[in-house]
Design a protein. Structure first.
Length: 146
């Protein structure tokens, strides 16, 4: 049985347009959009620089790029970049979920539920680090006490 691969269609919108700004805010959150550089002159003065770029499946199947199956019309990933033809590797950096990161995300971290998922993962990882650190300190104290 042959494997069917998804075909991804790339779309983009300027952050200076109402649609582009609203779509980027839904995908990445208002905090991220507020962290972007703004245009200093011209008719779009004060609006964020860049474009929101996203890919969605035009043919259903398995996507090697996002390593999961996609239905027709399903969002695969999105990123914010300075140019409309920039690839995901050329994404801008900005403030997302409490830290400065490259603004190129898979679908599982997009929208509000994706940000909540990431926040719960961060909380779990922080707790695990704290537990590991406490164990290492206890072991170091036992070693020093010998």
């Amino acid at each position: 049985m042959a494997k069917t691969y998804a075909v991804l269609e790339t779309k983009y919108a300027d952050l200076a347009t109402d649609f582009g700004l609203d779509w980027a805010t839904k995908l990445f959150g208002a905090e991220t959009i507020a962290s972007l550089p703004v245009r200093a002159s011209g008719k779009n003065k004060g609006k964020p620089k860049g474009f929101v770029i996203w890919r969605k499946a035009s043919v259903a199947g398995y996507s090697r790029e996002v390593q999961s199956p996609l239905a027709v019309g399903q969002l695969a990933d999105a990123w914010l970049a300075l140019g409309m033809y920039c690839t995901r590797s050329d994404a801008m950096s900005g403030y997302w979920m409490g830290r400065t990161e490259t603004l190129a995300l898979s679908r599982c971290y997009l929208f509000e539920d994706g940000r909540q998922r990431r926040a719960s993962e961060n909380a779990f990882n922080d707790q695990a680090r704290a537990t590991d650190l406490a164990e290492m300190r206890a072991e170091a104290e036992r070693e020093a006490g010998r």
